[in-house]
Design a binder for this molecule. Structure first.
Ligand code: PXP
Length: 258
C-alpha cells in the first residue's frame, strides 16, 4: 500500500537521460538498427541492479522519452513504472491508457532544461484535482512534486494524492551553509507529510556526495534519481552506478538526527 513506509529506502531510477543520449544522435531515425542506447535494456539493467521502480518523464515536447517507450516499459518491467507528467489533457490520455503504477505530477515549462520548481498545489485550478482523481480511480497512485513547504504539503494531503515527492533541487544546488537551511525545510516537510498520512518521496539533484546529508530526513520512502546515475554510468557502467547508490541508501535509518 502506498502509505506504508518501507524500512528500506527505495530507489526509483529515472532513465530520461538514456533517452537524451539516444535522441542526440538518432532523433530523426529512432527505428535505425544502429539506434542506441536502448531504453528497455537500460531499464532492465537498472532493475537487475537494484532499482525499485523506473521513472520516465513524457514531456510535451517529447525531447527524450517517446510515447512508445512508455508503453514498452509498462509491458516489460517487473518493477513499478512511475510516469512523470505535466498536468495536461494530452499526457493524461496516455497515462490513463498505459496505467502506470504511479504518476508523479510536475509543473512543466517548455523552455526549462529540467523541472524547475514544485507544483503550486495551494493555488492550483480545478484541473489538478480532476487529474489526481481520474488517475487514482484508474489504478494509478499519484505523487505531487512539491517544494518542501508546509502549505504545499498540507494542500497535497487535502487533494487525496497518495504521495508527495519533495523537490530537493534547492538543497542539492545550495552552498555549504545554504544546504543546511534547505535540509531543515525538507525535514519539516517530511514530518508534516508523514503526519498527514502521505508517502514521502524526494528527488532532484541527488548525488552520492549530497545524499548522506539528505538521509537525515525522516520518513522517506523513495528517492528518484536520474542524472547523476546516468552521468556516472559513463565511467563505471549503469549497473555499478546504481549499485553504489543503492549501497549508500541502505544506510538510511529513517530517523532525523540533525
Ligand atoms: N524527480 C522529479 C520530479 C524530476 O523532475 C526529476 C528530473 O527529471 C528527478 C526526480 C530526477 O532528478 P535528477 O535527474 O536531478 O536526479
Amino acid at each position: 500500500m502506498a502509505t506504508d513506509v518501507s524500512p528500506r529506502l527505495k530507489l526509483g531510477v529515472n532513465i530520461d537521460h538514456v533517452a537524451t543520449l539516444l535522441q542526440a544522435r538518432y532523433a530523426p531515425m529512432l527505428d535505425s538498427p544502429n539506434a542506441e542506447p536502448d531504453i528497455l535494456a537500460a531499464a532492465n539493467e537498472a532493475e537487475a541492479n537494484g532499482a525499485d521502480s523506473i521513472t520516465v518523464h513524457l514531456r510535451l515536447d517529447r525531447r527524450h522519452i517517446q510515447d512508445r517507450d512508455v508503453y514498452d516499459l509498462k509491458e516489460a518491467l517487473r518493477v513499478p513504472l512511475n510516469l512523470e507528467m505535466g498536468n495536461t489533457e494530452e499526457i493524461l490520455k496516455v497515462a490513463l491508457d498505459v496505467k502506470p503504477a504511479y504518476a508523479c505530477i510536475v509543473p512543466e515549462n517548455r523552455r526549462e532544461v529540467t523541472t524547475e520548481g514544485g507544483l503550486n498545489v495551494c493555488n492550483a485550478d480545478t484541473s489538478l484535482q480532476r487529474t489526481i482523481d481520474t488517475l487514482q480511480a484508474n489504478g494509478t497512485d499519484v505523487s505531487l512534486f512539491i517544494d518542501p513547504e508546509i502549505d504545499q504539503v498540507r494542500a497535497a494531503a487535502k487533494s487525496g494524492a497518495k504521495m508527495i515527492e519533495l523537490h530537493t533541487g534547492a538543497f542539492a544546488n545550495a552552498d555549504v551553509t545554504g544546504c543546511d537551511d534547505e535540509l531543515k525545510k525538507i525535514i519539516e516537510a517530511a514530518e508534516v507529510g508523514h503526519s498527514e498520512g502521505l508517502q514521502v518521496n524526494a528527488g532532484h539533484g541527488i548525488t552520492i556526495p549530497n545524499l548522506p546529508k539528505l538521509m537525515k530526513t525522516p520518513h522517506l520512502a523513495e528517492l528518484n534519481i536520474g542524472h547523476h546515475l546516468v552521468a556516472r554510468a559513463i565511467f563505471i557502467g549503469l549497473g555499478q552506478s546504481i549499485r553504489e547508490m543503492r549501497q549508500l541508501m541502505d544506510g538510511y535509518t529513517g530517523a532525523a538526527s540533525t
